[in-house]
Design a protein. Sequence first.
Length: 461
Amino acid sequence: MTEFDNTSNAEQWFTYHEATNALTRLTNVPSGLTNNVTSFYLAEAALPTGQILITGAGNTAYLFTPDGGPRASWLPTISSVAQNSDGSYTLTGTQLTGLSEGGVYGDDRQESTNFPIVQLTAGSNVYYAKTYNPSTTAIGIESAPETVNFKLPLGLPAGTTYSLKVVASGIASAPTTLTTPSAAVDAPPTVAKPPSASPATVSGTTAALSILGADHSGESTLTYTWTTVSSPAGAPTPSFSANGTNAAKNDTVTFHAAGTYGFQAWLVDASGISVAAGVVKVTVNQVLSSIRVSPGLTNLTAGQTQQLSATGYDQFGNPLATQPAFTWSVSSGSGTVSSSGLFRSSTAGSLATVIAAAGSTRGSAKIGVVDFPWTSTDVGGPGLAGVAYDSAGTTTLTGSGGDIWGQSDQFHFDYQTLGGSGTIVAKVGATPVKATDGTTPDVAKEGLIWSFANRWATAIK
C-alpha cells in the first residue's frame, strides 16, 4: 500500500497486518520507489511466488518479498486433478479464484490476478500452466467446489512426477502430485514433415506456415502450436490464424512490423506429451506503401514559400529505414515546387495540391493561397485545421471549431491590417455553412470581425 506525502514530496510504502488491523511504514525502500514517484503511475501485481511485482517507476521493475505467510483459511485447495481425453486436465478445488481481485488504483488501473495458475515443480525446475474454462470468476468463494482446466506447458518432460500447486493472487495451495505420461508407455509424436514457410521472404504482411506430425493414435489426434522464438527488438508479436488445434498444421502468420522472425513448431498428442518439431525463419522486408507530405495543410499569402518534406512508410505504417528519392510536382492550382520540395506560390491566390511521388506511390499536401495583403490562419486551436484561398474574386474558407463566443473562440480567419482608413466590401454566406456530414450545425457561423484601438467589433451571421 502506498501514499504520496506532500510534506516530504516522496512516496511512502506500508504493509497491512490483518491480525492487528494496522499499517506499518516500510523503511529502506529503494529511492526509485520514493523520489518523484506518485501512486498514480505505479502498478503492483501479485506473482505466483507470493511476491509483488512493482512497475511504473522509470525503467526499473522491483520485487517486494513479504515476511510471514497467508492464513491457512486463505489458501486454495485441491480435491482432484483428472486428465481428459484431449490431454488436458480438470482441477477441482475451492477458492481457486482467490479472496481478492489483486492490485488496484481507483478506476484508473486494475492488476487483477484472481485467476488460478498451476505450478509444477520437479527438483529445482518450476513450470507454470495457464488455466482456462473456470467454473466461476467470482472471488471469496470459501467452500463451494470450483473447477478449471489446464494443459501441460510445451516442452514439459514426460514421465516425471511433479509437485502441483494452484495459485490465486499470489497465494498457493498445499501441494499434490501429478505424474505426466511416460514416453515408454505412450510413444511421443514424431515429425513427418518439418516446418516450412511460404514465402520465406515476405513483401506483404502474412506468410503460410506448415508442419505435419505422426502419432500411433493417428495424425488427427495431434494438435499443433506455433510460438515466436525470435523477433526484431520492439516489434509486436505476430498473430496466428489458428493455434493449439489440428488445423494449425497449415497456419497463417500475420506480421505487424518488418524484420526477421523465428517460429517454433510443437506437436502435442492426446496425452499432452509435446515435441519440439523445429524452427523456421521468415524475413519480412519493408515495402513502400504510402507517402506522407509535411506539413499536409498550409496557408500562405501570394508570393510566399513553404518548404515541404516527404516520408515513405512501409506496409505496417512505419517509416522506411532507407527513404526513396521523391519527385515533386504541382497537380492542381498555381505555384511551383522545386526538386527539394520548396513550394513557391504565385502572385494570385489559389488552392494548390503538391505531390511527392516515388514510383507509383504518391502523397500530397494542400496549400491555400490568399491574395496579398490578406493572411489566413486558425484561431483558438480547433481540432481540424482550416484553409482559405482566393480565386476569381471569391475567398473560400474551410475550418472548424467549437464556437465563436465569449473567450473560447475557435474558427478559421482570413484578415488584413489597415494602416489608416479603408473599406472592406464582402458578401458573407454565399455558400451555407455545412458540417462534414452535410448537416448545418446549430453553432455554425460566418461573418466579419474588425478591430480598432484594441477593441473588437463583430458581425456574425
